[in-house]
Ligand binder design. Structure first.
Ligand code: FAD
Ligand code: NAI
Length: 487
């Protein structure tokens, strides 16, 4: 019998070769499958129709899990793709390209058992009495028909939230948000515009200073992650290509509360603030924005005095508020049950209180959980499983009745309330450092956490295609740096 070393010498190469061949085979099979959608069942008028508003975390997770054998499904969203928001800040400076974190909804819908109707449009109104949706095509190209009414039996409201501005004058007009793909694109373009305008010959020193002042309002995770990406861009790329301007670039984060990242642990808040101070990114805490003008923002400082801060680029990240369609739905329901302005009040089964056959998921709902992708995706999977269970029981109702049982009673007993297990929160803070608040009171930060952050996000990306694209982008950035073209 050969010893251990002998065995490794004899079979080691073959095992490695076998593993590589299997990996390549699986990869090739997945790639082939992704490009060859199967035949699908047609729309079945004898079945109930589920309408889903949105193509974000909640909607996409629900669709992936839903068994369409039992239902017709129609999806309504103003964008025809899913967006992996955790990497959105990276796209504002080109660490990752936008299309790498987008996934067309048809890459999901075309793989379901039954054909799903996708309608690219905004739902402006939900008529709860007649169970219909009023949908409008709000894209640049509009055909002869641009409005339609869509009937539903069950409605899933998963249309997310919009940016809170608290009615502060000038925000919508002059600031950039960071929620959608087009926001990231706008920020990237404006940033490079500020650079080139500052480089324009004859610019005064004070104008240059203003143009190169990048201000972020809101010290939540969105604001912090954006500032972090901007800092990396400055250090790793702009410093080489704009050597005369780079030292003049300033990054300021304005936060109304005493500290940034209010939802993170005290240790990680301290760690982040220390890191920002070392990187010379200024945090103006206890500072409340009162007005935004075209070239300056008006703030109330900690001493309660009003002052003006000139800026070149302003990114607004002060959290969420309900979308108009959600606000309209809330208004049409019993105010005693729907008493939250930030979203729909739902019960333990995610059913909208006071409404029939309507469920509220993700940021569109007001729950005890933070409005995160983690919560939204778990809710989506939960609701798909509820529909799958009910579908299976109802499909089997003849047998159940023959056994002397009531299918509706069995259905009610089979559906359990939504239960959420928090897996922790991660955030990127710049210079290849990340922070992680994990269950069991584990708070870690630094370079190792950055690799954990990267692998967690790579793993959570929705498809093999997106994983490959993001990995390529990271590699491309390390090799060639980020692109500084102004699109
Ligand atoms: P969304 O994902 O926002 O999707 C809403 C969908 O509804 C979109 O497709 C939209 O086009 C569509 N829609 C809008 N209006 C209408 C309408 N009238 N009719 C029909 N459809 C409509 N969470 C984490 O857990 N981890 C993170 O790392 C993280 N990073 C983030 C980074 C950024 C920059 C941002 C902005 C958010 C981040 N979040 C993160 C939060 C997370 O993205 C949200 O909580 C999550 O997207 C909520 O999912 P949702 O499905 O409810 O809404
Ligand atoms: P947020 O609600 O988490 O933070 C907004 C911040 O803006 C708060 O700290 C608030 O005090 C501040 N603010 C409000 N009004 C202000 C004003 N007038 N002037 C100055 N500051 C003001 O919002 P954010 O960061 O957009 O996140 C939204 C949701 O998405 C959160 O639930 C968050 O957890 C989640 N998210 C998670 C990420 C992650 O886990 N890495 C990344 C980004 C978002």
């Amino acid at each position: 019998v050969p010893n251990k070393k002998g065995l490794i010498r004899r079979y080691g190469g073959k095992v490695v070769l076998g593993l590589v061949a299997t990996g390549t085979g699986v990869f090739a099979y997945e790639v082939y499958n992704a490009r060859h959608p199967p035949q699908q069942f047609e729309w079945d008028h004898s079945k109930k129709t589920i309408a889903i508003l949105g193509s974000g975390w909640a909607a996409a997770s629900m669709l992936k899990e839903l068994d369409t054998a039992h239902y017709n499904v129609v999806v309504v969203s103003p964008r025809n793709y899913f967006l992996f928001t955790p990497l959105l800040p990276s796209t504002t400076v080109g660490t990752v390209e936008l299309r790498s974190i987008m996934m067309p909804m048809r890459y999901i819908t075309r793989f379901k058992k039954r054909a799903i109707a996708f309608v690219e449009g905004v739902c402006n109104e939900i008529d709860v009495q007649n169970k219909t949706l009023l949908v409008e095509d709000n894209s640049e190209i509009v055909g002869e028909v641009s409005k339609q009414s869509i009937p539903y039996d069950y409605l899933v409201v998963a249309c997310g939230a919009e940016n809170a501005t608290f009615g502060i004058p000038g925000v919508t007009q002059f600031a950039c948000f960071l929620k959608e793909a087009w926001d990231a694109k706008k920020i990237r373009t404006r940033l490079m515009d500020c650079m080139e305008t500052a480089a324009f010959a004859g610019q005064t020193e004070s104008e240059m200073e203003r143009l190169l002042h990048m201000v972020v309002v809101g010290g939540g995770p969105t604001g912090v992650e954006y500032a972090a990406e901007l800092y990396d861009f400055l250090q790793e790329d702009l410093a080489s290509w704009y050597p005369e301007l780079a030292p003049k670039i300033k990054i300021t984060l304005v936060e109304a509360l005493p500290h940034v990242l209010p939802s993170f642990s005290k240790e990680l808040i301290d760690y982040t603030e220390k890191h920002f101070a070392e990187a010379k990114m200024k945090i103006l805490s206890n500072t409340m924005v009162k007005e935004v003008k075209q070239k300056e923002l008006v703030v109330q400082n900690p001493q309660k005095q009003i002052e003006s801060i000139p800026y070149g680029l302003l990114v607004w990240a002060t959290g969420n508020t309900a979308r108009p369609v959600v606000a309209q739905l809330i208004k049409s329901l019993n105010p005693a049950l729907q008493n939250q302005r930030r979203g729909l009040v739902v019960d333990d089964f995610l059913k909208v209180k006071g409404a029939d056959d309507i469920w509220g998921l993700g940021d569109a709902s007001a729950t005890k959980w933070a409005p995160t992708a983690q919560v939204a995706s778990k809710q989506g999977v939960y609701l798909a499983n509820v529909f799958n269970t009910l579908g299976n029981i109802r499909a089997d109702s003849r047998r159940i009745l023959a056994e002397g049982q009531d299918p509706e009673v069995i259905a009610a007993q089979s559906v359990k309330p939504f239960d959420y297990e928090h897996l922790g929160a991660l955030a990127y803070i710049g210079s290849d450092k990340a922070i992680a608040d994990l269950p069991g009171n584990v708070h870690i930060g630094g370079a190792l956490t950055f690799w954990f952050w990267r692998s967690a996000y790579l793993n959570n990306l929705f498809s093999l295609r997106n994983r490959v694209l993001v990995a390529f982008d990271w590699g491309k950035k390390s090799l060639f740096g980020r692109d500084i073209s102004r699109e």
